[in-house]
Write a protein that binds this ligand. Structure first.
Ligand SMILES: Cc1cc2nc3c(=O)[nH]c(=O)nc-3n(C[C@H](O)[C@H](O)[C@H](O)COP(=O)(O)O)c2cc1C
Length: 184
Protein backbone atom coordinates (compact mmCIF):
# COMPACT_ATOMS: atom_id res chain seq x y z
CA UNK A 1 0.00 0.00 0.00
CA UNK A 2 1.46 3.37 -0.98
CA UNK A 3 -0.08 6.66 0.18
CA UNK A 4 0.24 10.20 -1.09
CA UNK A 5 -0.82 13.49 0.45
CA UNK A 6 -2.21 15.87 -2.18
CA UNK A 7 -2.76 19.38 -0.93
CA UNK A 8 -3.92 22.79 -1.99
CA UNK A 9 -3.43 25.86 0.16
CA UNK A 10 -3.98 29.51 -0.65
CA UNK A 11 -2.86 31.19 2.57
CA UNK A 12 -0.62 28.37 3.90
CA UNK A 13 -2.76 27.00 6.76
CA UNK A 14 -3.41 23.72 4.97
CA UNK A 15 0.16 23.64 3.71
CA UNK A 16 1.34 23.59 7.33
CA UNK A 17 -1.08 20.75 8.05
CA UNK A 18 0.03 18.82 4.94
CA UNK A 19 3.71 19.08 5.97
CA UNK A 20 2.85 17.92 9.49
CA UNK A 21 0.94 14.90 8.17
CA UNK A 22 3.73 14.10 5.71
CA UNK A 23 6.24 14.05 8.57
CA UNK A 24 4.07 11.73 10.63
CA UNK A 25 3.12 9.37 7.80
CA UNK A 26 6.42 9.52 5.86
CA UNK A 27 4.54 9.35 2.59
CA UNK A 28 4.82 11.26 -0.66
CA UNK A 29 3.51 14.79 -1.02
CA UNK A 30 2.06 16.61 -4.02
CA UNK A 31 1.13 20.29 -4.09
CA UNK A 32 -1.74 21.38 -6.32
CA UNK A 33 -0.68 24.53 -8.16
CA UNK A 34 -2.84 26.76 -10.30
CA UNK A 35 -1.80 28.39 -13.56
CA UNK A 36 -3.55 31.64 -12.62
CA UNK A 37 -3.36 33.99 -9.66
CA UNK A 38 -5.74 33.27 -6.79
CA UNK A 39 -7.58 36.24 -5.25
CA UNK A 40 -10.70 36.81 -3.17
CA UNK A 41 -12.50 37.70 -6.39
CA UNK A 42 -11.54 34.47 -8.17
CA UNK A 43 -12.71 32.47 -5.13
CA UNK A 44 -16.08 34.20 -5.43
CA UNK A 45 -16.29 33.74 -9.21
CA UNK A 46 -15.38 30.03 -8.97
CA UNK A 47 -18.16 29.58 -6.41
CA UNK A 48 -20.75 31.59 -8.35
CA UNK A 49 -20.14 29.95 -11.71
CA UNK A 50 -18.96 26.55 -10.49
CA UNK A 51 -15.71 27.17 -12.37
CA UNK A 52 -12.98 24.58 -12.69
CA UNK A 53 -9.66 26.45 -12.35
CA UNK A 54 -6.72 25.32 -14.51
CA UNK A 55 -3.88 23.53 -12.76
CA UNK A 56 -0.19 23.29 -13.57
CA UNK A 57 0.85 19.85 -14.79
CA UNK A 58 2.32 17.58 -12.16
CA UNK A 59 4.81 14.82 -12.88
CA UNK A 60 3.61 12.21 -10.43
CA UNK A 61 2.37 8.79 -11.58
CA UNK A 62 -0.81 8.61 -9.55
CA UNK A 63 -1.58 5.03 -10.58
CA UNK A 64 1.16 3.84 -8.22
CA UNK A 65 -0.80 5.00 -5.13
CA UNK A 66 -3.51 3.02 -3.43
CA UNK A 67 -4.45 5.68 -0.86
CA UNK A 68 -4.94 9.42 -1.24
CA UNK A 69 -5.04 11.97 1.56
CA UNK A 70 -6.45 15.29 0.40
CA UNK A 71 -5.77 18.46 2.36
CA UNK A 72 -7.40 21.77 1.38
CA UNK A 73 -9.41 24.72 2.65
CA UNK A 74 -13.17 24.92 2.59
CA UNK A 75 -14.77 27.88 0.82
CA UNK A 76 -18.49 28.55 1.30
CA UNK A 77 -19.00 25.01 2.63
CA UNK A 78 -17.38 23.50 -0.47
CA UNK A 79 -13.95 22.02 -1.05
CA UNK A 80 -11.63 24.69 -2.49
CA UNK A 81 -12.08 24.81 -6.28
CA UNK A 82 -8.44 23.89 -7.18
CA UNK A 83 -8.85 20.59 -5.29
CA UNK A 84 -12.16 20.05 -7.10
CA UNK A 85 -10.31 20.49 -10.43
CA UNK A 86 -7.69 17.98 -9.33
CA UNK A 87 -10.32 15.40 -8.35
CA UNK A 88 -12.19 15.84 -11.64
CA UNK A 89 -8.95 15.52 -13.64
CA UNK A 90 -7.62 12.48 -11.78
CA UNK A 91 -10.67 10.61 -10.53
CA UNK A 92 -9.83 7.45 -12.46
CA UNK A 93 -6.78 6.96 -10.20
CA UNK A 94 -8.48 7.66 -6.88
CA UNK A 95 -9.85 4.51 -5.31
CA UNK A 96 -9.39 4.97 -1.56
CA UNK A 97 -9.21 8.47 -0.08
CA UNK A 98 -9.61 10.68 2.97
CA UNK A 99 -9.99 14.44 3.33
CA UNK A 100 -8.82 16.74 6.09
CA UNK A 101 -9.12 20.51 6.29
CA UNK A 102 -8.00 23.35 8.51
CA UNK A 103 -11.11 25.45 7.99
CA UNK A 104 -13.09 28.15 9.76
CA UNK A 105 -15.62 25.71 11.15
CA UNK A 106 -19.38 25.52 10.58
CA UNK A 107 -21.81 23.11 12.28
CA UNK A 108 -23.07 20.39 9.92
CA UNK A 109 -20.63 21.33 7.14
CA UNK A 110 -18.76 18.01 7.28
CA UNK A 111 -21.77 16.17 5.79
CA UNK A 112 -21.88 18.57 2.83
CA UNK A 113 -18.18 17.99 2.21
CA UNK A 114 -18.60 14.21 2.37
CA UNK A 115 -21.47 14.47 -0.11
CA UNK A 116 -19.54 16.73 -2.47
CA UNK A 117 -16.55 14.37 -2.49
CA UNK A 118 -18.80 11.41 -3.18
CA UNK A 119 -20.54 13.24 -6.03
CA UNK A 120 -17.20 13.97 -7.71
CA UNK A 121 -15.46 10.64 -7.07
CA UNK A 122 -18.49 8.33 -7.10
CA UNK A 123 -17.52 6.58 -3.88
CA UNK A 124 -17.38 7.41 -0.18
CA UNK A 125 -14.28 8.79 1.51
CA UNK A 126 -12.68 6.67 4.23
CA UNK A 127 -12.63 9.64 6.56
CA UNK A 128 -13.43 13.38 6.50
CA UNK A 129 -11.96 15.50 9.30
CA UNK A 130 -12.34 19.20 9.92
CA UNK A 131 -10.01 21.13 12.24
CA UNK A 132 -11.82 24.31 13.20
CA UNK A 133 -9.92 27.58 13.43
CA UNK A 134 -12.91 28.75 15.46
CA UNK A 135 -11.67 26.47 18.25
CA UNK A 136 -8.43 28.50 18.40
CA UNK A 137 -10.13 31.86 18.82
CA UNK A 138 -10.87 33.71 22.02
CA UNK A 139 -14.55 33.96 23.04
CA UNK A 140 -14.95 37.52 21.70
CA UNK A 141 -13.83 36.45 18.20
CA UNK A 142 -15.64 33.11 17.89
CA UNK A 143 -18.21 32.41 15.14
CA UNK A 144 -17.10 35.43 13.12
CA UNK A 145 -16.07 34.82 9.50
CA UNK A 146 -13.85 37.93 9.57
CA UNK A 147 -11.67 36.30 12.24
CA UNK A 148 -11.79 32.66 11.14
CA UNK A 149 -10.94 33.38 7.49
CA UNK A 150 -8.08 35.78 8.27
CA UNK A 151 -6.44 33.55 10.88
CA UNK A 152 -2.99 32.25 9.98
CA UNK A 153 -2.30 28.97 11.71
CA UNK A 154 1.06 28.56 13.49
CA UNK A 155 2.89 25.28 14.19
CA UNK A 156 1.97 25.56 17.91
CA UNK A 157 -1.73 25.75 16.94
CA UNK A 158 -1.46 22.26 15.46
CA UNK A 159 -0.68 21.03 18.99
CA UNK A 160 -4.21 22.06 19.99
CA UNK A 161 -5.61 19.70 17.34
CA UNK A 162 -3.29 16.89 18.40
CA UNK A 163 -6.02 14.43 19.41
CA UNK A 164 -7.91 14.84 16.11
CA UNK A 165 -4.73 14.74 14.01
CA UNK A 166 -3.52 11.63 15.86
CA UNK A 167 -6.87 9.94 15.20
CA UNK A 168 -6.68 10.88 11.51
CA UNK A 169 -3.09 9.64 11.20
CA UNK A 170 -3.78 6.33 12.92
CA UNK A 171 -6.70 5.69 10.56
CA UNK A 172 -4.23 6.00 7.65
CA UNK A 173 -1.75 3.49 9.01
CA UNK A 174 -2.42 0.10 7.57
CA UNK A 175 -2.01 -2.67 10.11
CA UNK A 176 0.32 -5.38 8.81
CA UNK A 177 -1.38 -8.65 8.13
CA UNK A 178 -0.45 -11.01 10.97
CA UNK A 179 -0.32 -14.73 10.50
CA UNK A 180 -2.21 -17.07 12.80
CA UNK A 181 1.05 -17.97 14.61
CA UNK A 182 1.98 -14.30 15.14
CA UNK A 183 -1.43 -13.60 16.66
CA UNK A 184 -0.99 -16.30 19.32
C1 LIG B 1 -13.71 33.24 0.78
C2 LIG B 1 -13.58 32.31 1.93
C3 LIG B 1 -14.65 31.50 2.28
C4 LIG B 1 -14.55 30.61 3.36
N1 LIG B 1 -15.61 29.81 3.65
C5 LIG B 1 -15.50 28.90 4.65
C6 LIG B 1 -16.58 28.01 4.93
O1 LIG B 1 -17.63 28.02 4.31
N2 LIG B 1 -16.40 27.12 5.93
C7 LIG B 1 -15.26 27.05 6.68
O2 LIG B 1 -15.19 26.21 7.57
N3 LIG B 1 -14.21 27.87 6.43
C8 LIG B 1 -14.31 28.80 5.44
N4 LIG B 1 -13.26 29.63 5.15
C9 LIG B 1 -12.03 29.57 5.98
C10 LIG B 1 -10.91 28.79 5.30
O3 LIG B 1 -11.28 27.45 5.05
C11 LIG B 1 -9.67 28.85 6.18
O4 LIG B 1 -9.25 30.17 6.30
C12 LIG B 1 -8.52 27.97 5.70
O5 LIG B 1 -7.69 27.65 6.79
C13 LIG B 1 -7.67 28.61 4.62
O6 LIG B 1 -6.76 27.64 4.19
P1 LIG B 1 -5.39 27.95 3.46
O7 LIG B 1 -4.63 28.93 4.34
O8 LIG B 1 -4.71 26.66 3.36
O9 LIG B 1 -5.70 28.57 2.13
C14 LIG B 1 -13.35 30.54 4.10
C15 LIG B 1 -12.26 31.38 3.75
C16 LIG B 1 -12.37 32.23 2.68
C17 LIG B 1 -11.19 33.09 2.32
Amino acid sequence: MKSIIVYYSNTHNNELLAYDLQKRLSCDLLKIEETGKRTGLTILLDLLFNRKPKLKDHRVSLESYSDFIFVAPIWASKIASPLRSFLLNEKQHIKSYSFISLCGGIEGQVDKIRKELKTILQHDPKLVTELWIDDLLTADKKNTVKYTSSYRVLPEDLEKFKAKIDEFVSSQIVQPHLTHDELR
